[in-house]
Design a binder for this molecule. Structure first.
Ligand code: TPP
Ligand code: MG
Length: 548
């Protein structure tokens, strides 16, 4: 006989969970109690947003479901943002929510919600477990749904009396996600479509990527001299040093790369959903019928043809497709110049105008490009600071970028916490803004509590610059709701027990960065920047004059 809580934790263990992120609640005490004796490391966060985002980042970095435990009502709703990101980003995640006792259900008891309904439009799937003896079955289903096809978040509600109830039931079988190989005739057709191309472009995106997938796709692109771009915040999917690598189709993408997608005659999308961001609001690839010949490979048949009419749809898991690609006879490329030009555009995009003020983010990124080890992990939230962080970064291996494709603020700090827990030996850098940081700054306490020496680079421009930029473009000079008065960030960091410094000049950055790494503690380096330089390509004054 085991309690529901114990049965649940046993299912987590046998499915390989080694970390879980929580914010405790009295609604799931039997689960916490079972974790007392478990090898699973329980990490207590300071806000459910942080716990859910950390679990999401765990899923993104490991390919295994990130486990998050929260209490009912307010706990679950605060965790919703991480579930949304896991859905948009196709990351496996399981959110476990304590629920009111079964006998109270439907009375709108204290903090009661119907989780299937609340998360029905956010999660991949959400339901309630109502008997301890069926926990193994439901947990196997949760792992299976989270991992199979297009990975995503699952929400399970767990009535508190059910977790305390004893049951005599055997464990489930560890879940192995199904692998689906591409059909030989589909691969032949893919090769034939490429053979007819003059301006092909490969686009890589999420949906079950692995380090091996990277190597195979890169080998295929190089053997066929194909240019390859990555979707928004998938910059670690292909070694950026490859002669085939052409850049990122992200927010504020390079116009040259945008033109290359628009002007391509054949697009091969390996993973990803060709969403609003990488297609520049569905203009570079027009929905539903693009001008380009479009080949889309995705593990979930439901995603194929969902937005775009396709010339070839391949429903198969990405590692299996990637492994098959290099075995295809290379096509004699007629696009050599096209690929060389795409690469040259990418390299040119590292150049930038000097930045107004004493702190130049382009210079700092150029320093980091050379200073960061290849396996260093970079995280971020949302804001214009990410435009510098993405455009001027270099990624060389998979699993080194944990950023929200959903564009959610507040993600970077908890993602850095998760990254450092998964890879204690690596350097972990979180890029954040003054607005973004404050949204999840309590997780600095988590980093201190668990002794995680993450480095936070905080770009302080005294405003929500992304929104200000759009505001000034549409309503010049009418600033409302976008200014910020900020705390003393280094003092705040020190109050948490972290290392904190303000870097006043670009030339001071290198030494400050070494001090941060050497401190052995979480650290926050504040970078006060001139608000005039609101984005790498535009200034506030230009926006007001309407010259951009
Ligand atoms: C959770 C969430 N709330 C609001 C937004 C809208 N938003 C996007 S960027 C941004 C401003 C971020 O400000 P900051 O971190 O200071 O970065 P900056 O743009 O100033 O570089 C806002 C409010 C969002 N993306 N996510
Ligand atoms: Mg800001």
């Amino acid at each position: 006989m085991r309690t529901g809580g114990r049965i649940l934790v046993d299912q987590l263990e046998l499915n390989g969970a080694d970390l879980a992120f929580c914010l405790p609640g009295e609604s799931y005490l039997p689960v916490l109690d079972a974790l007392y004796d478990s090898p699973i490391r329980l990490v207590t966060c300071r806000h459910e947003q942080g716990a859910a985002n950390a679990a999401e980042a765990y899923g993104k970095l490991t390919g295994r479901p990130g486990i998050c435990l929260v209490t009912r009502g307010p706990g679950a709703t605060q965790a919703a943002v991480g579930v949304h990101t896991a859905k948009q980003d196709s990351s496996p995640m399981i959110l476990l929510v304590g629920q009111v006792p079964r006998a109270f259900r439907g009375r709108e008891a204290w903090q009661e919600l119907d989780y299937a309904q609340v998360f029905g439009g956010i999660a991949k799937s959400a339901w309630e477990v109502d008997a301890a003896e069926r926990i193994p079955e439901h947990m196997a289903e949760a792992f299976s749904v989270a991992l199979s096809g297009r990975p995503g978040p699952v929400v399970l509600a767990l009535p508190e009396d059910m977790l305390a109830e004893d049951a005599d039931v055997s464990d489930g079988t560890p879940v192995v996600a199904p692998r689906v190989a591409p059909q030989a005739e589909d691969l032949e057709r893919l090769r034939a479509l490429l053979a007819d191309a003059e301006r092909p472009l490969v686009v890589v995106g999420e949906g079950g990527w692995t380090a091996e997938t990277s190597l195979h796709v890169q080998a295929f692109c190089e053997a066929n001299e194909l240019p390859v771009a990555c979707a928004f915040r998938c910059q670690d999917f292909v070694d950026n040093r490859s002669p085939s690598y052409a850049g990122v189709l992200g927010v504020a993408m390079d116009d040259e790369l945008a033109a290359r997608l628009r002007d391509a005659d054949v697009v091969l999308a390996v993973g990803g959903r060709l969403g609003e961001v990488p297609t520049r609001r569905y203009t570079l690839l027009e929905a539903p019928r693009p001008r380009q010949t479009l080949i889309h490979v995705h593990p979930d048949p439901g995603e194929l043809g969902r937005v775009y009419e396709l010339d070839l749809a391949i429903a198969a898991t990405l590692p299996e497709v990637a492994a098959a690609l290099p075995a295809l006879d290379p096509v004699e490329p007629r696009w050599r110049e096209w690929t060389v030009a795409a690469r040259a555009d990418f390299e040119r995009n590292f150049e930038h105008e000097p930045m107004e003020g004493d702190v130049d983010l382009g210079e700092i990124m150029s320093f980091l490009r050379h200073r960061l080890p290849g396996d260093a992990i970079q995280t971020c939230g949302a804001g214009n600071f990410t435009v510098w962080a993405h455009r001027f970064a270099e990624f060389t291996q998979f699993g080194t970028q944990a950023c929200p494709r959903s564009g959610s603020m507040g993600y970077g700090l908890p993602a850095a916490v998760a990254a450092q827990l998964v890879h204690p030996e690596r350097v972990v850098v979180c890029f954040t803004g003054d607005g973004d940081f404050v949204m999840s700054s309590p997780e600095l306490a988590t980093a201190v509590q668990y002794d995680l020496a993450i480095v936070v680079l905080l770009v302080n421009n005294g405003m929500y610059a992304t929104i200000r930029m759009h505001q000034e473009r549409q309503f010049p000079g009418r600033v409302v709701g976008t200014d910020l008065e900020n705390p003393d960030f280094p003092a705040l960091a020190r109050a948490y027990g972290a290392h904190g410094e303000r870097v006043e000049r670009t030339s001071d950055f290198a030494e400050a960065f070494e001090r941060a790494l050497g401190s052995g503690k979480p650290s926050v380096l504040e970078l006060p920047v001139d608000p005039e330089r609101i984005s790498p390509r535009v200034t506030l004054s230009e926006l007001r004059r309407g010259t951009t």
